[in-house]
Design a protein around this ligand. Sequence first.
Ligand SMILES: Nc1ncnc2c1ncn2[C@@H]1O[C@H](COP(=O)(O)OP(=O)(O)OP(=O)(O)O)[C@@H](O)[C@H]1O
Ligand SMILES: [Mg+2]
Length: 475
Amino acid sequence: MPAVPTVLVVDDEPGLREVLDITLKRQGFEVVTVGGRRRAVEAIEARSTPFPLVITDLVMPDGSGMDVLEAARARTEETQVIVITAHSTVEVALEAMRQGAYDFVTKPFSPREMAELAHKAIEKSTIVTENRELRQQLKSIAPTTAGELFGSDESMRAVSTLVEKAATTRSTVLITGESGTGKERTSRLLHDLSERRGGPFCVINCGALPANLMESELFGHTKGSFTGATSDAIGLFRQADGGSLLLDEVGELPLTLQVKLLRVLQEKKVRPVGSATEVPVDVRVIAATNLDVEAAVESGGFRTDLYYRLNVIRIELPPLRDRPRDVRRLAGKMAARFASEFDKDAVALSSEALRALECYPFPGNIRELENIMERAVALSAGGKIGLEDLPDPVLEAANVPKRTSPVTELPENGVELDTVLEQVERQLIEQALERTSGVRKAAAELLGISFRSLRYRLSKLGVDDDTPADSSPPG
Ligand SMILES: Nc1ncnc2c1ncn2[C@@H]1O[C@H](COP(=O)(O)OP(=O)(O)OP(=O)(O)O)[C@@H](O)[C@H]1O
Ligand SMILES: [Mg+2]
């Protein structure tokens, strides 16, 4: 909005237009006056910066002020509309309020009344504008710093510093790491932390399409350049102009396209399929892969020259199993996130569950942890995630005996029957006590044994006997 707000005055009576013109100018506003509905609608639609305020008469020879209101509301919610009405048309003025008019004044009105109202309406318009701008800024502001995303593990601190540094350059970045380590998320963060954050962020999976389709997907094509090219397409490089483009799974890019990509990176221009001219593009390229690129270069599957072009800044994301502190931190954050997604009260991880997670090697890295936590939160009861909410592979890795499947088939080398039976006994008793919140009488009932028998077994197994028996223990 310009420094001085401009008010549009719409009235067929020249006298009233003049009064309003003088009144509003005295208040320090700029004023544009028009004599009817048609000119008003034109002015509203033509103006590059919307009027913060439109003051319009309701009944005019060439149409209704309601149309002016409608045009203003259609243009932007920032424009406030005050309607001027005669006593005979107050009903219409009320309808205008329902349609979103800011207020109405009945003729005759004093200049002071109108001036005060105009100030309030413009204030409202300013607030609406500021809110919209604020929302836009929030969208484009980096949501987080790299440190916040990566946590405090030693290996990740180096990564976050590198991401923050890389964000200030327009160099090509190569992100490597096992599947699910957060390559895409990291590239998004890189974009959000960079000056390009207001521009587009585009992603393409380089292995998803055959070479010819991939070429037009990346660089665009002209109408008729191949069967099925029924119209021009600008391609991802141009879509990402002013922003960043993630070439995901770059290791799978067909060799013929590797040459073309290299040219684009060098020349900063793309040539759409079927076109003779090149178009300049301003794109930060981020490449990601979970393949061993060096091995691919060695074996000839990836061009050396392209590798050097992409590998200007290299970010290697370590596997989750190498960052145990991150497991804790991420698991906690994910538990909170899923709890709120599932409309559950806060969910905490029990210390055994945390320990089990820390033992697990996470072949699927953060994505796998995310799935495990989603399942665990869904299964959890009473605000706690326990071992029983974790999947078998995690329990196995942590050497937690599976509680629900005792040995029922005689293993090759036989078993220690007493040990196995004792394990089964212990597991079932522990579960029964857990389910009954430690009330032994109820646990005994669940197990189909007497209270005395349970007490005997507990002492035999060496389980602490400090659980409450019951509110009314049997004799
Ligand atoms: N630091 C993090 N905090 C929370 N969630 C994360 C973090 N990093 C990654 N994730 C989540 O883990 C999942 C996998 O991340 P992402 O897709 O970025 O991995 P990737 O390395 O690109 O995986 P792939 O190699 O399979 O394509 C996503 O759901 C992502 O939101
Ligand atoms: Mg990915």
